[in-house]
Design a protein around this ligand. Sequence first.
Ligand code: BES
Ligand code: MN
Ligand code: ZN
Length: 502
Amino acid sequence: MEYLVKSGSPEKQRVGCVVVGVFDRRKLTQQARALDFAADGLLSSILRRGDLDGKLGDTAVLHNVEELLCDRVLLVGCGKEREFNDRAYEKACAAAIKQLSALGGVDAAFYLTEQNVRGRDDFAWQVKSALLTVEENLYRFDTCRGQGFESPRQKLTRLVFQVPRRSDLRAAERGVNEGRATAAGLKRAKDLGNLPANICTPSYLADNAKELAGAHDKLKTSVLGEDEMAELGMGALLGVSRGSRQPARLIVMEYNGGAKKDKPIVLVGKGVTFDSGGISIKPSAAMDEMKYDMGGAASVFGAVEAAAEMNLPQNVVGVVPAVENLPDGDAYRPGDILTSMSGQTIEILNTDAEGRLALADALTYVERHYDPDAVIDMATLTGAALVALGSQAAALYGNNSPLRRALRDAGDTVGDRAWPMPVWDEYQEQLDSNFADMANVGGHLAGSVTAACFLNRFARKLRWAHLDIAGVAWKSGSEKGATGRPVGLLTQYLIDRTHDDA
Ligand code: BES
Ligand code: MN
Ligand code: ZN
């Protein structure tokens, strides 16, 4: 899709479709009023006949309105004007794009971006948010369909986001740039997530990182194999890998957009390409969804790509421990004691608590090889996070409150929310082991918290935050598919950080 920004009145647009909003009840927005005036009251009379009340998400299409230069007018219900907030705006935009892609035109002038959204005072936000909603609704994953499959052709290829004044164009342009970059990152994250585990293996992820680096001058990728990891003493990560014939990989992506001396933000993502549970094997219902257990890794790829696409003036490092968790004659077992790269020993009480093991060594690797400004890890870590927060918010942990605050704010801005959870010392006792420095599970209470507390033990020297994204990384049921979350949050965090420095 080609995205443009323009200012100008709706009645003068020579396009396939002009999209304007109508509030509940039958209240024309300023842009709809302009069309109504030019068309001698046609819009008002149509509303009076009852074709559209303005209920949020309802739409009506008018064809061949004589006095207008466009082929069609799409009226979009925006709900109550006083309640036009982030959510309402997104719903209106989603309704608009669904209709638009069902209509015939190749281009459209999109006026919902001119609407004031409660609490938002910057057209960059409206434009970016609309663009991301469009991309979200147009995304399809068809790479694994057979030969006979024909993907439906998207007729709409040009979307013009309208803003009221010429002086708003700069902000709108920024919204398009940030939106495009974020959308590219989200697409990569979704594609990687949706690929099945027989294709998306640790080596596949490593190749994908190399391909990504090939497309951006300021991006470099290096990959460690199992021998190199063994030399570094990564006994926890390699313990998980023993049951799989797919060799583990430690993928490191370095985006150097800042000065050499600038401390990097390091993003670490759990890259378990399939999680069967190992010897502590999972029940088979919905086990296919454990191909999404590399969602954290996918979001690191996406955020790094977005940073590179925006040419952000800062340094970002992505680190992905990529590994598969399967049962096998050579697999690690309950009772085994692993020595992590940090030197701390871990008694395995459940081989299904594998993500924290891979992440522990990745965090130690980061501590030894970088001097980060902050480290943020993302992981589909616990079913308990899903129980606690459902699929609305990621569980947010960390040992630094400004960092937690910044992540939460970034998530709020892009509607990719995270909610704070504790890593109090009191919880650490749940990880006590009779035989090693710690156990890898903390009992059935506060499962997401004790997993975070486990990671905390490997991040003591770091400004660190952890997002348990088990509830948000993918959708189940008839809409099964990767969401790409938290690429939006991470990208926004990096953008906000650039502005704060300036
Ligand atoms: N990848 C899973 C977490 C998960 C499960 C995410 C279901 C989304 C849906 C993780 O590796 C895991 O198996 N965690 C265990 C931990 C337990 C053994 C302490 C869990 O949540 O049950
Ligand atoms: Mn598991
Ligand atoms: Zn897992």
